[in-house]
Design a protein around this ligand. Structure first.
Ligand SMILES: Nc1nc2c(ncn2[C@@H]2O[C@H](COP(=O)(O)OP(=O)(O)O)[C@@H](O)[C@H]2O)c(=O)[nH]1
Ligand SMILES: [Mg+2]
Length: 193
């Protein structure tokens, strides 16, 4: 029997290349102090981490970002940020376990930094959306141009966002939630591709 207090916990991922705004997005929306594991970009990372376009960045997420958002009495979202650098790829499968969907954040100055995340979720058939984080001075593209550049299927939502902004981040998560539901419904009808 379902308890009236049963709470559904939904696990979502925030992915995308190094410096696209994952930590910023989770910090903007989380109602708990986000758990971050950052290390100062050290001399050691020089030459390893691609810093083009992220000149102001002095820390990097080593293991994970974590945030929580209560949507209603019985629905809580847990957000996990994936580490953006390739040397932490081995953590992805652990993080992805049980995830219902993912936001792939992209920066139009470095769209290629988010290719790997798109590819990862496509291969595993994890529903995802693409949120383009609008950095100051970043080139502005039409959504369709971004879709073509990232080779995203027409059914995958692509939207613009500001990862620093709570309402914008909320819109992104709602878009993802709708997409996850739509995917589940079409899977139920046996039409998922
Ligand atoms: N101007 C601007 N800066 C941003 C935005 N999102 C993130 N940043 C900055 O970009 C840098 C990288 O963001 P971060 O969240 O650490 O990226 P991550 O590597 O994906 O976690 C940080 O210095 C942020 O303050 C944005 O929407 N606009
Ligand atoms: Mg980070």
């Amino acid at each position: 029997m379902n308890s009236p207090l049963a709470i559904t916990a939904v696990k979502l991922l925030v992915a995308g290349g190094f410096g696209v705004g994952k930590t910023t997005m989770i910090s903007a929306i989380s109602e708990v102090a986000p758990l971050r594991t950052e290390e100062l970009l050290s001399e050691l990372s020089n030459g390893v981490d691609d810093l083009a376009g992220v000149e102001a960045k002095t820390t990097t997420t080593v293991a994970l970002d974590f945030g929580r958002i209560t949507i209603s009495d019985d629905l809580v979202l847990y957000l996990f940020g994936t580490p953006g650098q390739e040397r932490f790829w081995f953590l992805w499968d652990e993080l992805a376990r049980g995830a219902l969907g993912a936001v792939v954040l992209a920066d139009t100055r470095r769209l290629d930094a988010s290719f790997a995340a798109v590819d990862y979720f496509e291969r595993r058939a994890i529903p995802f959306i693409v949120a383009v984080n609008c950095f100051d001075n970043a080139p502005i593209y039409d959504i369709e141009e971004i879709r073509v550049a990232l080779e995203i299927d027409s059914r995958v939502p692509v939207l613009l966002c500001d990862a620093r902004d709570r309402d914008s981040t909320k819109d992104v998560l709602l878009t993802l939630a709708e997409h996850v539901l739509a995917q589940a419904e079409s899977a139920g009808r046996g039409t998922r591709t």
